[in-house]
Ligand binder design. Structure first.
Ligand code: A3P
Length: 251
């Protein structure tokens, strides 16, 4: 059971693509800069959707970047192997992603002015998405039934630990100027208004045509067909593409 994961400070991580030394270094040594932008979420909250939106805000609605560069190069997950080393060397403003719980996130963030969006999704849909997605991945425990998945989810015996602890931890940051909470549900209900809120938070400006182009390219259909964003570029050794997809239902 537990041996299927890589454990760090009581939190289970997939045993493929993660190393204890990276997790330690990210927490204690990674230097967050004031001009950084970070997307933070519990897995299966719609992270890739938000990342596509962020990419298209940075490219002012021009789809070239999202159609030519994989998601993980546009906004790397700092806790994964080598990503934080590459990010440390990168000059200029950086955008990156993380699923880390607050206690494992780089300490330097809490004294910085770096902006962060915390993406929330209701736990019922996170759980369902988790059930269908993690069975495609290597290095992760695969539940036999939905009930077993539910039990593990409640126990926090899933990648990145308990959803409840994750939200409770990060939501303590609510009210800080550099911290914005966005929900999957509001993206779903009113994408345009929510994207406008994000643009404002980032201090960016998009004209009406740029915004329309962004909205077109972040639709479920557009992202499902974009191999730079739908994870189909991941090798079969990491994700079993014959068993399912990242963009499963999206509702
Ligand atoms: P479902 O499994 O419920 O379909 P994450 O990126 O954090 O792993 O989250 C994946 C979830 O976000 C999946 O949910 C996926 O379908 C949904 N998603 C991804 N892109 C989307 C989009 N453009 N519109 C709506 N939902 C999207």
């Amino acid at each position: 059971m537990a041996s299927d994961y890589l454990w760090f400070e009581g939190i289970p991580f997939p045993s493929v693509g993660f190393r204890i030394e990276d997790l330690k270094s990210v927490k204690n040594e990674f230097v967050v800069r004031d001009e950084d932008f970070i997307t933070l979420s519990y897995p299966k909250s719609g992270t890739h959707w938000l990342l596509e939106i962020i990419s298209l805000i940075y490219s002012k609605g021009d789809p070239n970047w999202v159609q030519s560069v994989p998601m993980w190069d546009r906004s790397p997950w700092i806790e994964t192997e080598e990503a934080h080393e590459q990010l440390q060397k990168k000059e200029g403003p950086r955008i990156y992603t993380s699923h880390l719980p607050i206690q494992l996130f780089p300490k330097s963030f809490f004294d910085s002015k770096a902006k962060m969006i915390y993406l929330l999704r209701n736990p019922r849909d996170v759980l369902t998405s988790n059930f269908y997605f993690f069975r495609l991945l290597s290095g992760v425990k695969h539940p036999q039934t939905f009930d077993q998945c539910f039990e593990w989810f409640l126990q926090g015996n899933v990648p990145y630990g308990s959803w409840f602890d994750h939200c409770q931890g990060w939501l303590q940051m609510r009210g800080k100027e550099n911290f914005l909470v966005v929900t999957y549900e509001e993206l779903h209900q009113d994408l345009r208004t929510t994207v406008e809120k994000i643009i404002q938070f980032l201090g960016k400006k998009l004209g009406p045509e740029e915004l329309n182009s962004l909205l077109k390219h972040v639709s479920f259909k557009a992202m499902k067909d974009n191999k730079m964003s739908n994870l189909t570029l991941l090798p079969d050794t990491i994700m079993d593409h014959s068993q399912g997809k990242l963009l499963r239902k999206g509702s």
